[in-house]
Design a protein around this ligand. Structure first.
Ligand SMILES: Nc1ncnc2c1ncn2[C@@H]1O[C@H](COP(=O)(O)OP(=O)(O)OP(=O)(O)O)[C@@H](O)[C@H]1O
Ligand SMILES: [Mg+2]
Length: 142
């Protein structure tokens, strides 16, 4: 199933992300793709809020992952933009997080396509310049 959601501001993307966080179940894997600055981290911030987390979600670009454990479910937030190869993910225990009871979000998931489970929810955020700088199309495949 594919669904398209339109956002006109980063506040709206936060709210959309929160909606996914509220509904998330243990073991959910969510891929977030889209260009630099598309809004993947904004969406994840909202998602964390939807889980009830008070944490200040920041981009884990340099550390590959952050864990937020103060919400309804643990959130494992990966950003694999700087990954060299998939082995690096094994070294940080990626597959154990996937198997866990938390929720895994992966920014730039296409860079580790071979490690993404079949049943992951795939979200792509795209800009539409004809609609203005703050407009985003959020395509959800699940
Ligand atoms: N509708 C929108 N949804 C999300 N972000 C928006 C929107 N409109 C403007 N923005 C702005 O775009 C930027 C999105 O940044 P964000 O860090 O979430 O992108 P990203 O996709 O995670 O980028 P990166 O690939 O660098 O991790 C923010 O500065 C945000 O305020
Ligand atoms: Mg980001």
């Amino acid at each position: 199933m594919t669904k398209e959601i339109y956002s006109t501001s980063s506040a709206e993307t936060l709210k959309i992300g929160a909606g996914f966080g509220e509904k998330a179940t243990p073991g959910t894997v969510l891929c977030l793709d889209g260009d630099l600055g598309a809004g993947k981290t904004v969406f994840t911030k909202g998602f964390a809020q939807g889980l009830g987390s008070q944490a200040l979600v920041t981009s884990p670009t340099y550390t590959l992952m952050h864990i937020y454990e103060d919400g309804r479910l643990p959130l494992y937030h990966f950003d694999v933009y700087r990954i060299d190869d998939e082995d690096e993910m094994e070294e940080i225990g990626f597959s154990e997080y996937l198997r866990g009871d938390g929720v895994t979000i992966i920014e730039w998931s296409t860079l580790i396509a071979g490690l993404i489970p079949e049943d992951a929810i795939r979200i792509t955020i795209t800009r539409d310049p004809s609609k203005g700088p703050d407009c985003r199309k959020i395509t959800v495949e699940c």
